[in-house]
Design a protein around this ligand. Structure first.
Ligand code: C2E
Ligand code: CA
Ligand code: CA
Length: 659
């Protein structure tokens, strides 16, 4: 898999999860802050209130002790007692002088001045200096050196929320505190027993509880949406890695998972990237429609998928191609497993007679590029040839050479066409009996600047695959038309020259018009040009083939069927296609064991063609016996090394031009 694809998938996932994670963390922080600060605020507020009250009361009491001139009352007992009745939170009063020496106390208690802390007490805008003394138990509030209020941890433990909410008259917290009120020469010390009741905190607690509930609701909502993001995340992954056609995993997943498995591989386990192709998928779709074709792909996928083990992967690639990563210990074991798979597929699709082929690329130590290995597996199948009996082809290094060659051909082909590296060679066809020149076939040759003379079988199949054959054939037709025009102008009574038209052309509906257009540039009569088609074109778009042939013949071109008998359903195609010439494939004249049978067939084919008003050309004729036999059978023309090999135009002209 290309790195960018992988990165994009990662990015897609990341983008969705990060805001959620950050959001969730924020929610948790907010929740704790609301709880902690809420409680702190409640305690601070309530305690502040109590302290203010205590301070105000203590001041009143202190003032009560003073004469009008600010000096201390001499006999305060009675007044104090009276006052203490009214202010029940005041537990004791004592007076000390500037040095802290005890002057008077109502019950003998004095504050521990050594422990006294001094700070600012700011309540409702009034600032006062007070000393607050910690009392015996821990439930004490005091001021620190910086003057801000601090809380003793003990306070928290004393707060019992539920208890407060249940009974608001109950004391939540009690603390004893000395307020030291300076009064000129003396300091009046008032001991307060401050109590915080339920009703003091209730309202604030309720508000806080409401806040907490809101935060909880919000958090819940957030958690739910967070979960749904995670669920969606899973769904996104599924969609990213799903093949819409088969419903299984797609190619992206295949390459990702395979790379992972290969990297993890250990011990004796070997891996192989396997390419599986169902052949003639296009023909199937032409006959039964795309929907049926796609249904078939899904069924093939389903059937093979059942045979895929744990730690193996399979995915649909495109059209009728599938990729698999399989493990094995011995090559033979892998081959027989694939053979079994092929048989299983044959049996599953018995009534439609499908053909399956495998290409295998064994994973070498250290190689992890699954895409490249898959291409190797495809190459193995292609080079092996799909028509062979053996359905499994293993990739080898030799094949790499072929691929390097293919790349070279692809790199050079455009330049070659511009530089006129492709040349027309002509191979004459001779009449039987008189043995006179009766026609010729144009065959391409590539005179490569570095590779030298390159025969067509080394580049035509490559061009057929990559589509360049369309340009090459156009070039050949044009060159032949140009040549014929020149020879006619020179007064030569030319013979028809045939040009090969690859099956790839039969995808364009205006093929006949296109050929006319090329030939008409040179104003040559159409009957000096013959177009050779192969039966295989039948497997593509039959309708286009039939109508093109019709149009070409109507326009006056000769049309021949090349390699007759080499393909599959020769006789059938003759029934539907009316053509001018039948070229009997050279294969009938090869070999020794089946030669007799071949001859029998040839003679019957010639009879049949004659009845159908066709001319017969026999190809690949190399001996006198063959010529004699064909003459006897009244074959029309003979093409083969017996008479001549394909030759350059100049040589052809020199040898055969008769004015
Ligand atoms: P083909 O159309 O069947 O061409 C006949 C092939 O048989 C030629 O091979 C020719 O040289 C060869 N041949 C002729 N007589 C004999 C013989 O007596 N014995 C033997 N052993 N061979 C003989 P060539 O030129 O190598 O072409 C191979 C194939 O390449 C052609 O088969 C044709 O399919 C394709 N081809 C060649 N030129 C073109 C072209 O311009 N366009 C297209 N589309 N295909 C072409
Ligand atoms: Ca031919
Ligand atoms: Ca041929």
């Amino acid at each position: 898999m290309g790195k960018t694809k992988e990165d994009r998938v990662k990015q897609l996932k990341k983008k969705r999860i990060w805001p959620s994670i950050v959001g969730f963390a924020l929610i948790v922080i907010i929740f704790f802050m609301v709880v902690v600060f809420g409680i702190a605020a409640v305690i601070l507020e309530v305690t502040n209130r109590k302290l203010t009250e205590g301070y105000e009361n203590s001041t009143k009491v202190a003032n009560f002790f003073l004469e009008d001139d600010g000096s201390l009352l001499l006999n305060p007992e009675n007044k104090v007692l009276l006052y203490m009745d009214v202010m029940d939170e005041i537990e004791g009063i004592s007076v000390v002088d500037k040095n802290g020496d005890k002057i008077w106390s109502d019950n003998g208690q004095y504050p521990d001045l050594g422990n006294a802390l001094r700070g600012d007490l700011v309540f409702a805008g009034n600032k006062a200096f007070v000393d607050i003394i910690m009392e015996e138990d821990e439930n004490v509030i005091y001021f620190d050196d910086s003057g801000s209020l601090r809380l003793n941890e003990a306070l928290f433990y004393q707060l019992d929320f539920l208890h407060v909410l249940r009974d608001n008259n109950k004391a939540v917290l009690e603390f004893k505190i000395w307020f030291l009120i300076p009064t000129g020469e003396t300091t009046v010390c008032v001991l307060n027993n401050l109590t915080i009741y339920g009703y003091d905190v209730q309202m604030m607690l309720l508000i806080m509880a409401l806040l907490v509930v809101l935060v909880v609701i919000f958090s819940l909502w957030y958690i739910i949406s967070f979960i749904s993001v995670i669920v969606n995340q899973g769904r996104t992954s599924k969609i990213i890695y799903m093949d819409m056609l088969t419903g299984g995993e797609n190619w992206l997943y295949f390459t990702k998972k395979s790379t992972k498995l290969i990297k993890k591989k250990s011990g004796k386990r070997n891996y192989a990237v396997v390419h599986l192709r169902m052949q003639k998928y296009r023909s199937f779709c032409t006959c039964f429609g795309i929907n049926k074709g796609e249904e078939l792909i899904e069924r093939i996928y389903g059937a093979v998928k059942k045979k895929i083990r744990k730690n193996e992967v399979m995915a649909h690639y495109e059209k009728a191609d599938f990729g698999m990563l399989l493990y094995y210990t011995e090559e033979l074991e892998l081959a027989s497993r694939l053979e079994e798979m092929a048989q299983m597929l044959d049996e599953t699709f018995l009534n439609i007679k499908l053909k399956f082929r495998f290409g295998v690329c064994e994973v070498e130590q250290g190689s992890t590029d699954v895409e490249e290995m898959y291409n190797n597996a495809v190459l193995a199948r292609e080079l092996h040839g799909d028509d062979k009996e053996q359905r499994i082809a293993f990739f080898n290094i030799e094949m790499n050479k072929q691929r390097i060659w293919e790349r070279k051909v692809e790199d050079d082909m455009e330049r070659a066409l511009i530089n006129k590296e492709f040349q027309v060679y002509l191979q004459p066809k001779f009449s039987t009996g008189e043995e006179k020149l009766g026609g010729a076939e144009a065959l391409v040759r590539w005179i490569h600047p570095t590779e030298g003379f390159v025969p067509p079988n080394k580049f035509i199949p490559i061009f057929e695959k990559n589509g360049f054959i369309l340009k090459l054939d156009d070039f050949m037709i044009e060159e032949v038309a140009k040549q014929q025009a020149k020879w006619i102008a020179e007064g030569w009574n030319v013979v028809p020259i045939s040009v090969n038209v690859s099956r790839a052309h039969f995808t364009r509906e205006d093929l006949a018009e296109h050929i006319c257009e090329i030939v008409d540039r040179y104003q040559v009569p159409h009957d000096v040009i013959e177009l050779e088609l192969t039966e295989s074109a039948f497997f593509d778009d039959k309708q286009v083939l039939l109508s093109t042939v019709q149009k070409l013949r109507n326009a006056g071109f000769l049309v021949s069927m090349d390699d007759f008998g080499a393909g599959y359903s020769s006789l059938n195609s003759l029934k539907e296609l009316s053509i001018d010439v039948l070229k009997i494939d050279a294969d009938f004249f090869r070999g020794t064991e089946s030669l007799e049978r071949g001859m029998l067939i040839v003679s019957e084919v010639i009879n049949l063609a004659k009845k159908l008003n066709m001319k017969i050309v026999a190809e690949g004729i190399e001996s006198r016996e063959q010529v004699d036999f064909l003459t006897e059978q009244e074959c029309d023309l003979i093409q083969g090394y017996y008479y001549a090999k394909p030759m350059p135009l100049a040589e052809y002209e020199k040898t055969y031009k008769v004015l």
